[in-house]
Design a protein around this ligand. Structure first.
Ligand SMILES: O=c1ccn([C@H]2C[C@H](O)[C@@H](COP(=O)(O)OP(=O)(O)OP(=O)(O)O)O2)c(=O)[nH]1
Length: 172
């Protein structure tokens, strides 16, 4: 079952859902809009190797924004820290952004119950595009789970910005 916008708002008030900062204006019919932070990460490797911590640069951008070329891939983050010990968050693009040819995640849309922090977006542009910190870029929905809950205790807990892949940990 998906929570409606009104339910999301009520759960933020009771603390069953964390969205910080929270503004009523970002509630939609059945989601909450997420905004783009100002830190980005670009990998600097010719070939990405999941067994290692791949070289990358961190880019802080101002109000002038950042340009992604066609086919570019950058990690980015939501301004909002989100999470819930009760519901399953799932992230999505906003349709208006998808209509500009931008993926906000590259197939990873699931947030674990008990995972709290900024969402790392995996931006993939199919067309050249300029992005601006603070713009509405994605949305998060909340789903009622079935069964016992084991809260997330993984490697991306408490993210306060974009986080590079730590897939290498899984090889150890
Ligand atoms: O697009 C996404 C997807 C997930 N997450 C965060 C929230 C999620 O709870 C956490 C871990 O996601 P997942 O379990 O899919 O990744 P993993 O590679 O299995 O990591 P872990 O071993 O920590 O579970 O990463 C994001 O920030 N962005």
């Amino acid at each position: 079952m998906i929570l409606t916008g009104k339910s999301i708002e009520a759960c933020v008030k009771t603390g069953d859902i964390v969205i910080s900062p929270f503004t009523e204006g970002s509630i939609t019919t059945n989601s909450y809009d997420l905004t783009l932070g100002n830190t980005f990460i670009r990998y600097n490797e010719e070939i990405i190797d999941p067994k290692k911590n791949n070289r990358h640069e961190v880019i802080d951008c101002g109000p002038e924004g950042i340009t992604l070329g066609k086919g570019d891939f950058l990690l980015a983050h939501s301004v909002e820290k989100i999470g819930s010990n009760k519901y399953v968050p799932i992230i999505h693009a906003k349709s208006s952004i998808a209509r500009l040819g931008l993926f906000v995640h590259v197939t990873a849309d699931l947030i674990d119950i008990g995972s709290f922090g900024c969402v790392t977006f995996q931006l993939h542009s199919t067309l050249p595009i300029r992005l601006f910190p603070g713009m509405k870029i994605g949305q998060v929905t909340f789903w009622k789970p079935l069964g016992d809950i084991v809260p997330y205790d993984g490697k991306y807990q408490g993210s306060d910005g974009p986080r590079v892949s730590m897939a290498y940990v899984d090889f150890k």
